[in-house]
Design a protein around this ligand. Structure first.
Ligand code: XMP
Length: 510
């Protein structure tokens, strides 16, 4: 659990789906910030400012989450309430909150009413993002309405030149000047804030790792993905005894294992490669059900990893990131921590209880991990590699897995990814791959009828994999990839481009 530090911006989480984004925006502005459950208010250690997030509840609910207002004010620092946070502050300042007639959801105009430090330099009518049904119907005598919506409903309140409430969400990009409003809050209220800077953070992390590890040996799994690569390099730079294990499941992409080995050679981290491809492929023989496939792969992965790790693990390092930590800290549920099949399992929980799990990246968001990686000298290509699922090509070859099918899928995928790189589109895409469809289609090759399989190409953008949109790639990129696949991959006579959003589709095929 994070220890509160002086000068940080403490964001109290009332359960909004955007709470983490507030922390992110504050850090993007260069200030230290952490998310806390409201009950941890009493633990704060001279924070620089406090923000109360939005939340799904209504302040009129019987067991609505509350705030220890006296304690909050005792810090004598700038305070901002967002949405639910504003309603709570309004009540504490002698006002009341009523259910609105309709739910206000989506874009709205912010109409400035009075001068306020919060709105210095903000346009007179700026677009903001609303998501609420309750409104601050009555207000205490000390309350200034500093902005309304177009229907003259108050949406921004000021109780002093260091205490404000806003009904909209400044942290989402749909609030066009949201970051500027947050910046005003932090910089125009005489806040004494600690800076967040990745270089300084790196130095602290290296020192902390040295202390935490001592003379113990650290073991970590690496996949070649961003998080595990940054983790391994960080550990190596901290000078600890390190074993980095890479498991080849046989479900990797073309030349992937060789590329991962080279990637680690380049950054000077030796890795141990465990070739378990035969075991995986034989365990998957005849299996067609997607869930069954995942289960087999997940369990086998764990077995292979622990067998290679040995019985005496002194310390296990994991690339857990801040979003995973927050999720479990605020919901209190361990189950919600299970992100991937091999992240949190019984043995890991056991080691955790014994203080044998190290999670050095647990303070960071993905973009911060990349910045850290850059400052560790990890090449751009490794830091911006698309995500690749644990079960590998097994979820991209629906139905039974065979060597032949994997080879076709690999060849097509390689052409597709190379084409994206050649055309400069790779970095515009969040994730891309080729899937081999379990159908045969009729075609003509030369003068002959062909009856072969179809390949589906996918390229999506996403923020967090929860939702995704397909990318409107230029036709010439699609055409070049399709031509190359049709001309050079044996067994394929049709290429499709997947134009499904998530939801309702998922990113992978299985
Ligand atoms: P879906 O298909 O659920 O994928 O939209 C969302 C993201 O998660 C990746 N993915 C996985 N990653 N283990 C992982 O480590 C898995 O079992 C797994 N399944 C899907 C997928 O590639 C996408 O980025």
């Amino acid at each position: 659990m994070n220890q509160p530090s002086q000068g940080e911006v403490a964001v109290l989480d009332y359960g909004s789906q955007y709470s983490q984004l507030i922390v992110r925006r504050v850090r993007e502005l260069g200030y230290l910030a952490h998310l806390y459950p409201p009950a941890r208010l009493t633990d704060l250690n001279q924070p620089g400012a406090i923000i109360l997030s939005g939340g799904p509840r209504s302040t009129s609910d019987k067991d609505a989450p509350d705030i220890d207002f006296e304690k909050l004010m005792s810090f004598n620092v700038p305070v901002l309430g967002v949405c639910y946070g504003m309603q709570l502050l309004n009540i504490k300042h002698g006002g009341s909150v009523k259910p609105g007639v309709t739910r206000e959801y989506g874009p709205a105009k912010l109409v400035l009413a009075e001068e306020s430090p919060l709105f210095v330099g903000i346009s007179k009518e700026s677009q903001v993002w609303m998501s609420h049904s309750d409104t601050c119907s009555d207000r205490g005598t000390q309350t200034k309405v500093i902005a309304t919506n177009e229907d003259a409903v108050p949406v921004a309140l000021q109780w002093s030149d260091r205490c404000f409430g806003i009904q909209f969400h400044p942290e989402v990009t749909h609030s066009h000047e949201g970051t500027a409003i947050l910046k005003n809050f932090l910089t125009r209220t005489r806040a004494n804030l600690a800076r967040f800077d990745i270089q300084a953070f790196k130095a602290q992390m290296l020192e902390q790792i040295k202390q935490d590890v001592g003379s113990r040996q650290v073991i970590c799994g690496v996949s070649g993905g961003v998080d595990s690569t940054v983790l391994a390099v960080l550990l190596q730079r901290a000078g600890v005894k390190l074993r980095a294990l890479y498991i080849d499941t046989g479900l990797m992409r073309l030349n992937e294992t060789a590329e991962v080995i080279t990637q680690f050679e380049e950054v000077g981290v030796p890795i141990e490669v465990v070739d378990a491809s035969k075991e995986f492929l034989s365990a998957l023989e005849g299996v067609t059900d997607p869930e069954q496939k995942r289960k087999i792969i997940g369990n086998l992965f764990i077995d292979v990893f622990w067998k290679a790790a040995g019985d005496e693990v002194e310390l296990l390092a994991q690339g857990t990131l801040y979003p995973d930590v927050i999720e479990s800290a605020t919901s209190g549920s361990i189950a919600s921590k299970i992100k991937t099949h091999h992240n949190r399992v019984d043995r890991i929980m056991e080691l955790k209880d014994q203080g044998k799990v190290l999670e050095p990246l647990a303070e960071l968001f993905k973009d911060e991990v990349r910045a850290l990686g850059e400052s560790l000298g990890i090449p751009h290509r490794a830091l911006w590699r698309h995500p690749f699922p644990g079960p590998g090509l097994a979820v991209r070859v629906p139905g039974e897995i065979t060597q032949e099918k994997l080879a076709i899928c690999r060849a097509a995928d390689d052409i597709w990814i190379k084409e994206l790189r050649r055309s400069g589109q790779y970095d515009n895409v969040w994730q891309a791959y080729a899937a081999l469809l379990p159908v045969k289609t009729v075609g003509v090759k030369g003068d002959e009828r062909s009856y072969e399989a179809a390949i589906s190409l996918r390229a999506v953008v996403s923020e967090d994999a929860m939702t995704a949109d397909w990318v409107e790639l230029p036709y010439d990129v699609l055409r070049a990839a399709s031509n190359k696949i049709l001309n050079s991959v044996k067994g394929i006579n049709r290429v499709l481009y997947d134009i499904s959003t998530k939801p309702p589709a998922s990113i992978e095929w299985e």
